[in-house]
Design a protein around this ligand. Structure first.
Ligand code: DGT
Ligand code: MG
Ligand code: MG
Length: 293
């Protein structure tokens, strides 16, 4: 026994010595190097403001071409975007609304959120990386045999809106942007795909036209009433958190709406969003749209 201890003794002492040296080094490192933390800039979002994180596909004109997206609107791509956004909303309960169109999505954080201590870089980077990974993860669910040819990327930023009015104006701006682009693209691709014009000819044909001209062109030359185009193409997708009652009691769901965000009726119907209230109830139409996603 004594011999055993005699044998172990120096080893134990050596171990303790090594541990002590390590601890001293760690303490020194902390005191000597910790000052570099001071180089990090604070990026806490102002209190009381709505925080909007908007992300947008990087070079999606190329991504859409490479993956042969249907022109001007590819339902698979829009549904995949909506699915990725609902993954983000399910993860972060303080996102009360999201709005998507084309290759972009805006996520609205409740103005009183304290998520990540309101640090902009944390909010932006986590939303963006979860959205992007979900986009890739669920690709096959929507594109089936179409192989993802390279990893897509999205840029992202956070913008603060100090009042309900500025937040609504922001969302109106994104929806108006969608309307202008989609009306143009619908007319442009009708001229190219249905009438055989080259892209240059189609561009020339539409140059200088206003919305009424494009509506008229679609109707008179292609029999298309723009207002009958699918609402998801014309209005984009707003995702809202709602309460759905089922046999197991109420649960939260993320429901897609393809509605006008510019007028008042959407905000009156979903008044809980701006009032920071609990999710409102679903109706049958909401549940039907939810089932389609
Ligand atoms: P960026 O955002 O500056 O990196 O550049 P892009 O190329 O992403 O430009 P952006 O975001 O202004 O425009 C979105 C592009 O994505 C636009 O060229 C059309 C394409 N895109 C988005 N959704 C669809 C779709 O459903 N079908 C087709 N064919 N193209 C789409
Ligand atoms: Mg883009
Ligand atoms: Mg875009």
């Amino acid at each position: 026994m004594c011999q055993f201890h005699a044998l172990l003794g120096p080893r134990v002492r050596l171990c303790r010595f090594v541990i002590n040296i390590r601890q001293i080094r760690q303490k020194m490192a902390k005191s000597k190097f910790e000052y570099v933390k001071g180089f990090e800039l604070g990026d806490k979002c102002l209190p009381g403001c709505w925080i909007v994180v908007r992300l947008d596909g990087k070079c999606f004109h190329k991504f859409a071409d490479t993956h042969e997206f249907v022109k001007p609107n590819d339902e698979r791509a829009l549904k995949l975007m909506n699915h990725a956004a609902s993954v983000v909303m399910k993860e972060f309960r303080d996102i009360c609304l999201a709005f998507g169109q084309s290759d972009e999505y805006s996520f609205v954080w409740k103005k009183d959120t304290n998520m990540y201590n309101r640090r902009s870089s944390k909010l932006v980077s986590t939303v963006n990386s979860l959205f992007t990974s979900a986009f890739v993860f669920y690709w096959r669910q929507y594109f089936e045999a179409v192989q993802l040819k390279y990893p897509p990327a999205f840029d992202a930023r956070a913008v603060l809106y100090p009042t309900n009015e500025t937040l609504r104006d922001y969302l109106s701006w994104r929806q108006a942007d969608l309307h202008i682009n989609n009306l143009y693209n619908t007319a442009f691709w009708a001229l190219v795909l249905k009438k055989g014009l080259t892209t240059t000819q189609a561009e020339l044909r539409l140059r200088g036209t206003v919305a009424a001209d494009k509506n008229e062109l679609l109707f008179s030359e292609f029999g298309v009433n723009y207002n009958d185009e699918p609402a998801v193409f014309r209005k984009g997708t707003a995702l809202l958190r709602k309460a759905a009652g089922d046999g197991y009691g109420p649960r939260q769901v993320v429901v897609p709406f393809h509605a006008d965000l510019i007028g008042d009726s959407f905000w009156a119907r979903h008044s809980e969003v701006l009032a920071l209230g609990a999710p409102g109830p679903c109706d049958a139409g909401d549940l039907a749209r939810l089932a389609e996603t």
